[in-house]
Design a protein around this ligand. Structure first.
Ligand code: PLP
Length: 399
């Protein structure tokens, strides 16, 4: 047998539980009809991209011509596109970013890989809070580090600062956060971000090097609080932001996002150079050219996100009234209720008897919970409610 990387073979062979659940739902839909299967496994936006995206593609094709439009851009992205994105951020957050603070990438996944690889040295630790997006472990290890997880605060899923303090060591290179959060739907409060900035400032001082904060924000625009999301770099100067248009513009397949390195970051020039170097080393140069130009002209635009709010209200209220315990989820398109038995995998197996497809919290480093991904037609939620109710009754919930 040829000599292959055992790690890569393992990563390519072991399917994630999310993918496995999705595949199960697809197989059941082929067997019993899609109208009988309620799949809440995956975070694929259920609303189309705004019509302006198609209009922009037509206009750009006409105006620029296919050769330039589909040609290579500089490795870090088209300068005019980066200018437009920096201007948009500045208008929204009162910042003064310039094009050379941005590195365009194929989605948030590549942005995270670039940010982590830019700073990862052998033996480094990256800290995140459970529950967390499972790929963080893969990305952190690819960057040469280890992912350290701080246990979940299951009351409201706001990160526990004392637990973070205890987890920081001389080897801590960065802390990775995600708000609004996948899988909980929780939006980190301003108090949380302020406290986080304080703990990281203390830790950086204590160990004599910056502990970076990496803020993963693909759900930034999907918030139901009515108030704009706090801008994370305002709370800690050593913050890098990883963003994606996958969810806000419903463009997950187009693979477009960025890393933002604000000039407040310690050793800015070196950090930005390292992000560019990581992009080069990973082969993530020149993000999809057409979509660089499209998103550059989409400042302030999102898909019609209103259905997610309708779904959140309907599902959260209904689950709670059935007796499920679920933290307030004011963003993204996920709920993370507690399972009525400690074994979330067993609960998901029971749910499958109703063709109700959920993902166990174990996948996200938080057993005893289940992720319900509600980026689905509202009709699917209505149809699934009796199934959730029947499951609740099996456990005697709500009595
Ligand atoms: N980070 C989080 C928290 C996500 O939920 C996702 C995708 O679901 C990603 C990163 C990756 O996003 P992208 O599709 O833009 O690579």
């Amino acid at each position: 047998m040829s000599q292959l990387s055992p790690r890569m073979v393992a990563l390519g062979t072991a399917r994630s539980e999310i993918r496995e659940a999705f595949a199960f739902a697809q197989a059941r839909a082929a067997e019993v009809g899609p109208e009988n299967v309620d799949d809440f496994s995956i975070g694929n936006p259920s609303v189309p991209a705004p019509p302006q995206v198609a209009t922009l593609i037509r206009a750009l094709t006409r105006e620029i011509g296919p050769v330039r439009l589909h040609g290579y851009t500089p490795a870090q992205g088209d300068p005019q596109a980066r200018r437009a994105l920096a201007d948009d951020l500045n208008a929204r957050f009162g910042t003064d970013y310039d094009p050379d603070c941005l590195y365009l990438t194929v989605g948030a996944a590549a942005a995270l890989c670039c940010a982590l690889s830019a700073m990862g040295c052998p033996g480094d630790e990256f800290i995140t809070f459970a529950p967390y997006f499972p790929e963080y472990k893969v990305f952190a290890e690819s960057a040469g580090g280890t992912l350290i997880t701080v246990p979940a605060n299951i009351e409201d899923f706001q990160p526990d600062m004392e637990a973070l303090r205890a987890a920081i060591t001389p080897r801590t290179k960065a802390v990775l956060i995600n708000t609004p959060n996948n899988p909980t739907g929780v939006v980190y409060s301003e108090a949380t971000l302020r406290a986080l900035g304080e703990v990281l400032t203390e830790g950086s001082r204590a160990y004599g090097h910056p502990i970076y904060l990496i803020s993963d924000e693909p759900y930034r625009e999907i918030v139901y609080t009515g108030a704009p999301l706090p801008w994370v770099p305002d709370y800690y100067p050593d913050t890098l932001v990883c963003y994606s248009y996958s969810k806000s513009l419903s463009l997950p397949g187009q693979r477009i996002g960025y890393v933002l390195v604000p000039r407040t970051v310690t050793d800015f020039d070196l950090v930005y150079a390292a992000v560019c170097g990581a992009g080069r080393a990973l082969g993530y140069v020149c993000a999809p050219a057409l979509f660089q130009l499209v998103v550059a002209q989409c400042g302030g635009l999102t898909s019609d996100l209103s259905v997610y709010r309708t779904n959140r209200d309907l599902l959260l209220d209904s689950l709670r009234s059935m007796g499920y315990t679920c933290a307030q989820a004011d963003g993204a398109f996920y709920l993370f209720p507690r399972t009525p038995e400690p074994d979330a995998r067993a609960f998901c197996e029971r749910a499958r008897k109703y063709d109700l497809v959920l993902v166990p919290g174990d996948s996200f480093g938080c057993p005893g919970h289940v992720r319900v991904s509600y980026c689905v037609p509202t009709e699917q939620i209505r149809r699934a409610l009796p199934k959730f109710r029947a499951l609740a009754a099996e456990y005697g919930l709500g009595k």
